[in-house]
Design a protein around this ligand. Structure first.
Ligand code: LLP
Length: 421
């Protein structure tokens, strides 16, 4: 459930009409709901009730400082994958002991920053990385808490670009080699094992792949404990999917996911960490855009809107579906027609939807992309020198611009012309 609902035919974010925000901020813009973000975090937190746990929001889904501060204020932990994300987490007020550092290519500099600023754990992804972290920790006279991300060779049954748990993927250490790697870590004085990490992919719409992976992690926990390692934490990653096509998709709910986690893992007495991104942020945000032209082509009509692939890349990158709805609803029973919904960027890939049925729209009308709160603004670029679009956060009847639209001058002045030109 989210807080983007129609009232008297106009789409609202909580108690604010999107037409009012559009009038003040201009289009296109992202709009997020504080209540939905809060609700989704709590759903996960409550789903793990009864187990010692920490929900570490995967900020890669949406890393605006306002969203991070909201998450910190709710008591969340956070999952970061770069020095930049680590700096964002600290700036938003997360204590070091609530920051988990994931990612396959952590640099020495990133490790140093995290060891100095405070860190809950590093999720190690390879042996070379393990050796480097050991060195960096020793240089700083400290000991780095670590888990090893194991690759369980499970098919997540999701889009190939976001599946991470098969042996052909670049992530983690093959689970069959885990004993050997943990034994090696035990000999390194700069590292201290705290647990095991696993993340098999994103937008999973079935619990079975999770269950298979977690079963393998449970077995490994017992094996590693018997080997003398102190496995006190299990980081189960993120990945629970959301319904992008409403009415047609019903992925498992956090409460069902939580029940499965308890079934598979509670006997181990470990602290559980999860790293959800999409399920917290996805349906907490929409993208609002204005129709520039309706163009009649051969056998099809194009809706040319002022948002483009640079603002929301998921449809062109993954063929992803987003529901697209008029901000002001047509009269009940109004005629529908198919449109190809496209942006102004000079590529045919700048297509959001083909032959999508909608009630008739005209130039100047507003449309909203649902489920755009995760992997939307964070993946945007300024391709075609289109400024990054503003992000707006609503709370009940108030709203705030939490990132403003840069001017053309700001964009141009970021570049420097060398003296020889
Ligand atoms: N933990 C790790 C280690 C991850 O790699 C990811 C996502 C997450 C947690 C969060 O997963 P989530 O709960 O959001 O599924 N740009 C793509 C999604 C990429 C996901 C990458 N890793 C998209 O737009 O679908």
């Amino acid at each position: 459930m989210d807080h983007f609902l129609y009232r008297n035919g106009t789409l609202y974010a909580e108690d604010v009409a999107l037409t009012d925000i559009a009038a003040q901020v201009g289009t296109p813009f992202y709009c997020y709901s504080t209540a939905t973000f809060t609700r989704h975090f709590r759903l996960f937190d409550e789903a793990l009730d009864g187990m010692d746990h920490l929900v570490c929001y995967a900020m890669k889904a949406n890393s605006n400082q306002a969203i991070l501060s909201l998450m910190a204020s709710l008591g969340a932990g956070v999952d970061v994958v770069s020095g930049g994300e680590y700096a964002r987490a600290k700036a938003a007020g997360f204590d070091g002991d609530k920051i988990v550092f994931s990612g396959v290519g952590k640099t020495r500099e990133e490790m140093r920053a995290a060891l100095t600023g405070g860190i809950r754990q590093f999720n190690l992804e390879s042996e070379p990385e393990m050796l480097v972290l050991n060195e960096v920790a020793l240089e700083l006279g400290t000991v780095a808490p670590v888990t090893v991300r194991v690759n369980p060779d499970v098919d997540a049954k999701t889009h190939e670009k976001i599946a991470t748990g098969k042996s052909e993927n670049k992530f983690g250490i093959p689970i069959a080699r885990a004993r050997e790697v943990y034994a090696h870590i035990a000999t390194l004085p700069g590292l201290r094992v705290v647990g095991i990490d696993v993340h098999i992919g994103s937008q999973l719409t079935d619990l079975e792949p999770f269950r298979l992976a977690y079963r393998k992690v449970a077995e490994l926990t017992e094996t590693l404990r018997a080997d003398g390692h102190d496995i006190i934490r299990l980081d189960l990653g993120g990945g629970l999917g959301i319904p992008y096509a409403r009415g047609n998709e019903a992925p498992p709910l956090p409460v069902e996911y939580g029940a499965m986690v308890k079934e598979e893992l509670s006997h181990l007495g470990c602290e559980i960490e999860i790293e959800p991104g999409r399920l917290i942020a996805g349906n907490s945000g929409i993208l609002v855009s204005e129709v520039i032209y309706v163009k009649s082509g051969e056998g099809r009509d194009f809706l040319i809107i002022d948002a483009a692939m640079n603002d929301l890349v998921r449809p062109s990158m993954y063929g992803a579906h987003h529901d697209i709805v008029p901000v002001v609803e047509a009269e009940p029973g109004a005629e529908q027609q198919p449109y190809d919904i496209v942006g102004p960027v000079c590529e045919s890939g700048d297509t959001f939807a083909k032959q999508r049925n909608m009630t008739k729209v005209a130039a100047g009308d507003l449309v909203a992309f649902r489920s755009a709160g995760a992997y939307g603004a964070v993946m945007a670029s300024e391709y075609n020198t289109r400024p990054l679009i503003p992000e707006v956060l609503v709370h009940e009847d108030q709203f705030a611009v939490i990132r403003s639209r840069p001017s053309f001058d700001e964009i141009i002045n970021r570049d420097t012309i060398p003296t020889w030109i």
